[in-house]
Design a protein around this ligand. Structure first.
Ligand SMILES: *[C@@H]1O[C@H](CO)[C@@H](O)[C@H](O)[C@H]1NC(C)=O
Ligand SMILES: *[C@@H]1O[C@H](CO)[C@@H](O)[C@H](O)[C@H]1NC(C)=O
Length: 251
């Protein structure tokens, strides 16, 4: 009985480990809070496990690393003005979600959304990502692409502007001390086909930008400003990790 593994067995073992490492290559997201106030990131998953338990607190200067498996898709957003008890039950002024601290469903709009599909099958392992204002805005966000082995365009994207400060009165969301804490999209506020790209406006060709969506686009040119915004708002990269920062410097 040979107790010592043969060279070929060792090689096989080695190849197997590499295979497992490649197959389980995860995408890392570092969520950072550079706001002067606590942000409670929320995440929901379209395909795959909830990341970071669905949500957690990030104090000013804090950061948390979460790991997404291949094929994961979902979104991140920053909740503000939350108060949770010790068991995570509570509510937020913006971005509130079912489940309390650990979201079990999508957040209440308006919020600035960061959307990801990681290593989408069928498209050469590319990640797709965007910052979306289609459901409104609550705080500035930046996505920075990191990782030494990334390939492709891999552009950073963001919405750095303070849209609350330029939000038209009819779209404003205020807290109980009349501070503007979020800005609704025109679709959310008016629910009309021309703003939501529904009905007669359900195709890109029949749903041009509106005076409202243009306010968002001018403030944040890299972000989606409405459902059929031009192709400048979706970005792709292969083999990257990502840093998502709330209130990035100079925002
Ligand atoms: C990425 O950035 C480069 C350089 O600024 C630019 O030429 C390119 O169009 C950008 N790609 C996308 C998809 O916006
Ligand atoms: C205003 O909201 C805060 C937090 O959302 C809450 O603690 C406070 O009691 C509210 N104040 C009033 C006057 O409703």
């Amino acid at each position: 009985m040979a107790v010592v593994a043969s060279k070929s067995q060792l090689l096989l073992l080695c190849l197997l480990s590499i295979g497992i490492a490649l197959a389980s290559a995860a995408t890392l997201f570092t969520l950072q809070n550079q706001c002067s106030y606590t942000v409670w990131p929320g995440t929901i998953t379209g395909n795959g496990p909830p990341l970071g338990g669905g949500g957690f607190a990030l104090t000013p200067g804090g950061s948390v690393l979460v790991e997404a498996p291949v094929g994961w898709s979902g979104r991140f957003w920053g909740r503000t003005g939350c108060s949770f008890d010790a068991s995570g039950v509570g509510t937020c002024v913006t971005g509130d979600c079912p489940g309390g601290l650990k979201c079990t469903g999508g957040g209440a709009t308006p919020t600035t959304l960061v959307e990801f599909t990681v290593a989408a099958p069928n498209v050469d392992g590319k990640d797709f990502y965007d910052v979306s204002l289609v459901d409104g805005y609550n705080l500035p966000v930046e996505v920075v692409v990191t990782g030494p082995s990334r390939t492709g365009d891999c552009n950073n994207t963001d919405c750095r502007a303070d849209i609350n400060a330029i939000c038209p009165p009819e779209l404003r969301v205020t807290d109980n001390s009349s501070q503007v804490v979020a800005c609704k999209s025109a679709c959310e506020q008016f629910k009309e086909p021309k703003y939501c790209c529904t009905g007669d406006f359900s195709k890109p060709e029949t749903c041009p930008p509106t005076d409202y969506s243009k306010i968002f686009k001018q403030a944040c040119p890299k972000a989606y400003s409405y459902a059929y915004d031009d192709a400048t708002s979706t970005f792709t990269c292969t083999g990257a990790d990502y840093q998502i920062t709330f209130c990035p410097a100079n925002s």
